[in-house]
Design a protein around this ligand. Structure first.
Ligand SMILES: [Zn+2]
Length: 64
């Protein structure tokens, strides 16, 4: 599934940062914590949305 547009807890918009976080922090070689700091995602509730998310679109799409 795609990342939720807003944080479940505080409602802050976080979906707009997902692609950059994925490229730099997940698949790149930068420290994910530093990438989140630079993106301005500084609340714990928002950071967990990004850190704990997995893109499952490609896994689920054959069954729809
Ligand atoms: Zn939040």
């Amino acid at each position: 599934m795609m990342i939720p547009v807003r944080c479940f807890t505080c409602g802050n918009v976080i979906g707009e940062h997902w692609e950059e976080f994925k490229e730099r922090g997940r698949e790149g070689d930068e420290d994910p914590a530093k990438v989140l700091d630079e993106l301005g995602v500084d609340r714990h509730c928002c950071r967990r949305m990004m850190v704990s998310h997995r893109d499952l679109v490609d896994v689920v799409s054959p069954y729809q």
